[in-house]
Design a protein around this ligand. Structure first.
Ligand SMILES: [Zn+2]
Length: 365
């Protein structure tokens, strides 16, 4: 089994969903495409791990001016990521909707993190944002999207999903994997890997809520990849509000009592990185609702500072919980910290008597 360390191959689709379709779909074409997508995903992961050894996660010391630099390449249904350079920063729209979506949504994600924290791109130092669209290895399309450690790659879907570029929260999810790579690291297995997925789901959703001005967390959309699945327009890949309900067969837990202890190679998911992320995901949703106001203000701020200033390397859910509570107290106040603590208590990650929680006056709800 391949192991990754700091950097990771991060696809949007939970592998267990593809495995299920490969085994159970009544449509032979869906089975074939699910198997092919799993196979290409494994190949891409191998490429990714080979590249990881050449990557530095330390930004250059001199800060570059914050200027967006987007580059979009058309794979033309091949696995050649840089086959044709079709759009660069400042170029007019093209006739290709996938090119325009990759360009626009990576720009919105850049704008969000710049608004939130003055961040200059994925690495904090002006890294050009490269996207390759129309990726395929067999000329039949690719039902996945991923961050490969240095750029975004999108398939066109076709048998299982619609075009993967069409979802802003999917694009923002993947680019957040890049930010994690350049900050906390969060090795992509077990709880630290599930936290890696968690931060991508959080910012995927928050970037979309920000763009769509969904200012009330109680009524905002909390789905990742809503409408992407061909099987049903109301299905999504994940729900932060109600983990385990995004699509038929969604197995995400919403509480530590349902934590799935999986071996590293089980369901091809590195110990459940796309599965157990449901637990911290629900904690973020509960915190955002309790804090009130737009998610991109207090809640996202606490989570961003935790990701970029407090977590480093392998981290447990409990460590993440305590750091968000600590950040809330350090940058806001005790009342804010108590609301964040309550969210983690409600999903069973912490108890009310230890660490920074013990000295807080907890809200009565
Ligand atoms: Zn991911």
């Amino acid at each position: 089994m391949l192991r990754t360390t700091h950097c990771q191959f991060c696809s949007i689709v939970p592998p267990y969903l593809l495995l299920k379709l490969a085994e159970e779909s009544a449509d032979p074409e869906v089975r074939e495409q699910a198997i092919a997508t799993l196979q290409f995903t494994r190949q891409a992961r191998v490429q990714r791990v080979a590249m990881a050894s050449n990557l530095s996660v330390t930004p250059a010391p001199a800060a570059a001016p914050a200027v967006k630099k987007r580059r979009i390449f058309d794979c033309e249904n091949s696995n050649d990521l840089l086959r044709t350079h079709v759009r660069k920063e400042g170029d007019a729209e093209t006739a290709d909707i996938a090119v325009n979506e990759a360009y626009d949504y990576s720009g919105i994600t850049w704008d969000f993190f710049n608004m939130l924290a003055g961040r200059n791109s994925i690495d904090g130092n002006g890294l050009p944002m490269t996207s390759s669209v129309h990726y395929s290895a067999n000329g039949k399309g690719f039902d996945n999207a991923f961050w490969n450690g240095s750029q975004m790659i999108y398939g066109d879907g076709g048998k299982i999903f619609h075009r993967l570029t069409q979802s802003l929260d999917v694009v923002a999810h993947e680019l957040t994997h890049g930010i994690t790579q350049y900050s906390a690291g969060l090795p992509y297995e077990n709880q630290s890997g599930a936290l890696n997925e968690h931060f991508s789901d959080v910012f995927g959703v928050v970037v979309r809520q920000w763009h769509e001005k969904e200012a009330d967390p109680k009524t905002a959309g909390w789905l990742v990849g809503e409408g992407l699945m061909l099987a049903g327009s109301h299905y999504a890949l994940r729900s932060l509000k109600a983990p385990g309900t995004a699509f038929p067969g969604d197995i995400q837990p919403d509480h530590m009592s349902k934590y799935k202890k999986l071996a590293n190679n089980e369901l091809e998911d590195y110990g459940g990185v796309h599965i157990n992320s449901g637990i911290p995901n629900r904690a973020f949703y509960l915190a955002a609702v309790a804090l009130g106001g737009p998610s991109w203000e207090t809640a996202a701020n606490i989570w961003y500072k935790t990701l970029t200033q407090r977590l480093k390397g392998t981290s447990s859910f409990e460590k993440c919980a305590y750091e968000t509570i600590s950040v809330a107290r350090d940058f806001f106040d005790d009342a804010t910290a108590a609301k964040v603590a309550k969210a983690w208590l409600d999903v069973g990650v912490i108890s009310g008597t230890e660490g920074p929680v013990a000295s807080l006056s907890m809200p009565v709800v």
